[in-house]
Design a protein around this ligand. Structure first.
Ligand code: XMP
Length: 427
């Protein structure tokens, strides 16, 4: 392993992630572990150079004092406790110079945390774990699964089988882009399963949002399962689990890390061993790895896109005409945002079409058509969101293009609602 490690043991603090990020920003790798890790487990962590016991107020959680195993203090490594240790100012997480003194002077760490070393380490680790085996991966085209695919292509070449499922609810050009990047440019072993008709048939007439999501989730698993069964000798399943998926912030139990089963939405009864090379990375680090592996910017900086895809943007029962109109209007919105320099500046933006028509006039005749609604929001964590204040001229251009280019649409609205009360998606 190329990277030195500082372990953060969680004693009920809410800032474990922030502290790990602060240490990584200094060029040293840091991981969060539960406070009840044993001294032996700790000793098994590769290149461990020091331990930070990161307590909540006096290491007391819900009235119960949390103690760590004595072995950790006698593990032969520098150990610092943030709420007790008088060596430090007692506020290591907000004091950069204390942190530097600890990790560089006391622990002797080198600044060797960078994406090149991460890639080299993961490639070595995955090769050792996989041996001659084969790996399957559900490749959505989102940043996490794309980076996992690129890492595995580097590690094991065509012994990785990527399955890209087109459920007919993807954005314009998306499946083609995934095939172009992975099959043609990265020479990945890619199965492209176009099962749009199957999904749309199952969704026919289904208007309840939760029912739609359940149908899509279950059918996705079925398709993936079928593809996996067709292939012989697959032992491993790769998933794009990332660190925020497994770190529980503000823990009440003192256990910092919880197992997130089935993060990728795949069934638990699949008999695969898991490969999760991104599970210790934050999102921006995942993007940096993607860049270093040569993935294109539009994949690395892709905005979030829900698993059920355009189904949640075509409210009520999905019809092919509305689905097509959502896809076309979304492509226009993306084009115009890029032209206006808003790409990458607005967190998430898309169009949707509610299941309602309104009266309009076109070519001197009455028309009864759908509205397109534009949603553009900024957020840190998607728990709350504010709308983007889009320039009137940009909105005007988008509106004129949509009403003239998208079939069956006679009106464009802009959703001004922050979250709360409006969720980002409408369903
Ligand atoms: P809401 O609508 O809950 O969305 O405010 C918050 C963020 O989550 C995305 N989203 C999903 N992502 N699978 C996903 O991977 C889903 O089923 C899903 N539903 C919503 C949404 O696009 C927004 O970024």
């Amino acid at each position: 392993m190329k990277q030195d490690l500082i372990a953060i043991l969680d004693l009920g603090s809410e800032n474990n992630s922030a502290l790990a990020r602060q240490i990584r920003a200094l060029g040293v790798y840091s991981e969060i572990h539960p406070h009840d890790i044993s001294a032996a487990e700790l000793a098994a962590l590769p290149n461990l150079k020091g331990v930070i016991l990161n307590g909540g107020p006096n290491n007391i959680v819900d009235g119960v004092k949390i103690d760590v195993s004595v072995g950790i203090y006698t593990c032969g490594l520098p150990v610092v406790s943030i709420d007790h240790d008088t060596d430090l100012c007692g506020k290591i997480s907000s004091c950069d110079s204390c942190l530097r003194d600890f990790i560089f002077d006391r622990c002797g760490c080198d600044t060797n945390w960078n994406m090149e070393n991460f890639i080299a380490d993961q490639v070595e680790l995955m090769r050792a774990q996989i041996g001659d085996g084969r790996v399957i991966l559900a490749l959505s085209g989102g940043v996490d699964s794309s980076v996992v695919a690129a890492l595995l292509v580097k590690a094991i070449g065509d012994r990785l089988v990527c399955v890209h499922v087109n459920h007919g609810l993807l954005r314009k050009g998306e499946p083609e882009h995934v095939v172009e990047v992975f099959r043609n440019r990265m020479h990945a072993n890619l199965i492209y399963a176009d099962v749009s008709d199957r999904f749309l048939a199952l969704l026919d007439g289904v208007s309840d949002p939760e029912a739609k999501r359940k149908i899509i989730g279950a059918e996705f698993i079925k398709v993936f399962d079928e593809e996996a069964n067709r292939l012989k000798g697959i032992e491993f399943l790769a998933q794009g689990t990332i660190y925020p998926d497994i770190v529980e912030s503000g823990t009440k139990t003192g256990k910092a890390v919880k197992a997130h089963h089935n993060v990728g939405g795949l069934p638990e009864d699949m008999k695969f061993k898991l490969i999760e090379p991104l599970k210790f990375l934050f999102k921006d680090e995942v993007r940096a790895v993607g860049k270093a592996l040569g993935l294109p910017d539009d994949m690395v900086y892709r905005q979030p896109f829900p698993g059920p895809g355009l189904a949640v943007r075509c409210t009520g029962a999905i019809t092919r005409d509305r689905l097509e109109a959502v896809r076309e209007s979304d492509a226009i919105l993306r084009e115009e945002f890029a032209a206006a320099g808003l790409e990458g500046k607005v967190w998430q933006y898309f169009t949707l079409i509610p299941d309602v028509k309104s009266v309009g006039v076109r070519n001197n005749a009455r028309c009864f058509e759908y509205p397109v609604i534009i949603r553009a929001v900024n957020t840190i964590d998607a728990m709350t969101a504010e709308i983007e204040h889009i320039d009137w001229g940009v909105l005007d251009r988008i509106t004129r293009r949509i009403i003239s280019e998208v079939k069956g649409v006679n009106r464009v609205c802009y959703d001004l609602t922050p979250k709360p009360t409006g969720t980002i998606e409408w369903e």
